[in-house]
Each structure stands twice: as structure tokens, then as C-alpha cells.
Design a protein around this ligand. Structure first.
Ligand code: SAH
Length: 268
């Protein structure tokens, strides 16, 4: 165990942005050492490594290490401090996880929004803390006052209190998803998609669709406008790229060819 101020990451951050290295998980007044180990495991599985323990009731022990199950490095590097104020002194964003909404005026996020906010801030260079309370009583109101916003996992309202390490896992998962989304956005702008189809390409497709539907007598004497309007809506919603339009037009060309062959057969 280390003691002292904010920890430094000891192993390289797996993410290009380095955002994960500026995220810390703070456990306040944890009562069960096993939960500290399970929380260390939760962090490590999600690519995080900075665990801060504020005045745990018992120091991490053999049970903690047993439940850390290979995340011993995260557990051994955990920093112990006496107060939440010290744990977050250098943070510019502090988010407190609560099992119930309190009567204090704090914005409340769900885990996904909170993770998006946390990772965006960390990617911008901020130190960010997610704070978790005691198993029995959660965070005190004065501890929540140190937070910029609260996070509530929208669990079953009749049974909303998760096990501490389970709550840490939910939040660290969302942090990882946000980090991965950011890394993906950074390395593949626009993803690996083909360019979007232009207006003219889509109109060419719609004209051919109209011809193909005529060729198979789809409208059967009805005015074609209403069906065409609905079909246009479907294909416009699909946000087609140039290659997808090409495939669809290939299908329509075959439809028209088969309709012509069928017509010839019927006539002959
Ligand atoms: N009886 C306590 C529950 C504590 S559970 C109470 O009612 O506050 C231990 C910690 O896990 C909580 O302090 C909180 O940080 C986290 N936690 C548990 N369930 C949660 C939920 N539904 N949303 C957000 N955090 C939760």
C-alpha cells in the first residue's frame, strides 16, 4: 500500500488519448475489505488502474487480494488518504455515485452521460474522480457537496442499492465504452464507410426504382405517388453510401431484366 497524495499510473495507458490515466476511482469509508479487492478487479478489467481509498474501515487484507484475483497491482498501488477532500484535491471534475437521490441540489447523471462527461474532461487534460460511498450508508451529504454532480444508476426503484464493487463495475464499464468511442473517433474519422450518396445519386436510384416497380406492375393501376413517397422515406432514412446505392441499383437492373424476360416469354 502507498500512502500520500494523488497516485500516478504505473503501467502504460492502453488508450491513445491517455484519458484513462486521468480517471480515478475513489472509495470512501469502505467497510468490507473484500469489496476493495473486487473494485480493484473491476477497474483493471476496464483498463483503469487508479484506486484511492479514503479512510477505509479496514486496510486491504488477504480477502481483498483474493477477490482482486490478479488485479493485485491495482490494489497494491491503491493510495490511502484520510479525507475525501485530499483524494480529490487536484481534480477539476468530481462525480459522486449515490444509490438514492438526496435532498441536495446537484445535477444528476446516469452512468452513460456521466462517463461521457468524465472522459471528455479527462481527454481535455482534467483530473477526474468518481466517488463511491460506504456499503451501509453511502456518501454523507457533506461529501456529496464536494462533487460537481451526482451519478445514479437507474436501478429498480424498489431495490436500488447495488453492491459497492458492482456499482464500480457499472461505472468503469461505461468509462471504458466512452474511452473506446473516443479512441475510435480519433483513429477513424467517419469510420471505414464509403462516402455518402449524393442527392443526384439517390435521385437516379429512385428513378430506377420507379421504373423497376412499373416493370413488375407493382402498383396494379393505383397511383404510384403514395408508395414512392413511403419508399423514398425508407431509403432516405437508411443514410445510404455510394456503394450501397450501387448494390441496390444492381438489384433493380436484375429486376428489370427478369421482368423483360418474363414479358417476352408471355408474348412468345
Ligand atoms: N445504503 C447505501 C448504499 C450504499 S451502496 C445508500 O443507500 O446510500 C455503496 C455505494 O455504491 C454507494 O454509496 C454508491 O456510491 C454506490 N451505489 C450503489 N448503488 C448505486 C446506484 N443505484 N447508483 C449509483 N451508485 C450506487
Amino acid at each position: 500500500m502507498n500512502t500520500g497524495p494523488a497516485p500516478n499510473p504505473t503501467t502504460p495507458d492502453p488508450t491513445p488519448s491517455g484519458a484513462a490515466a486521468r480517471l480515478r476511482i475513489v472509495l470512501v469509508g469502505t467497510q468490507h475489505p473484500g469489496n476493495i479487492g473486487s473494485a480493484a478487479r473491476a477497474l483493471k478489467t476496464m483498463g483503469l488502474e487508479r484506486l484511492v481509498l479514503v479512510a477505509p474501515e479496514k486496510a486491504p487484507n488477504a480477502e481483498s487480494y483474493a477477490l482482486a484475483a490478479g488485479a493485485d497491482d491495482v490494489l497494491a498501488a491503491a493510495v490511502v488518504v484520510p479525507t475525501l477532500a485530499e483524494a480529490v484535491a487536484d481534480c477539476t471534475l468530481v462525480l459522486g455515485c449515490t444509490a438514492r437521490s438526496r435532498r441536495i441540489a446537484l445535477d444528476e447523471h446516469d452512468p452513460r452521460d456521466a462517463a461521457g462527461r468524465a472522459v471528455a474532461a479527462a481527454a481535455g487534460g482534467a483530473e477526474v474522480a468518481l466517488v463511491f460511498g460506504r456499503e451501509r450508508t453511502g456518501l454523507e451529504n457533506d461529501e456529496l457537496q464536494l462533487c460537481h454532480a451526482a451519478i445514479h444508476i437507474p436501478a429498480n426503484p424498489g431495490y436500488s442499492s447495488l453492491n459497492l464493487a458492482a456499482a464500480v463495475q457499472v461505472l468503469t464499464y461505461e468509462l471504458r465504452m466512452a474511452v473506446l468511442a473516443m479512441a475510435g473517433a480519433a483513429t477513424a474519422p467517419g469510420g471505414d464507410r464509403d462516402p455518402p450518396a449524393s442527392h443526384a445519386e439517390l435521385e437516379g436510384f429512385f428513378a430506377q426504382l420507379g421504373d423497376a416497380l412499373d416493370a413488375i406492375d407493382f402498383h396494379k393501376g393505383r397511383a404510384p405517388e403514395s408508395a414512392m413517397r413511403k419508399l423514398r422515406r425508407i431509403f432516405l432514412r437508411a443514410d445510404l453510401d455510394v456503394r450501397e446505392v450501387r448494390i441496390l441499383r444492381g438489384v433493380l437492373a436484375d429486376v428489370e431484366r427478369m421482368a423483360m424476360l418474363a414479358g417476352q416469354r408471355d408474348r412468345g
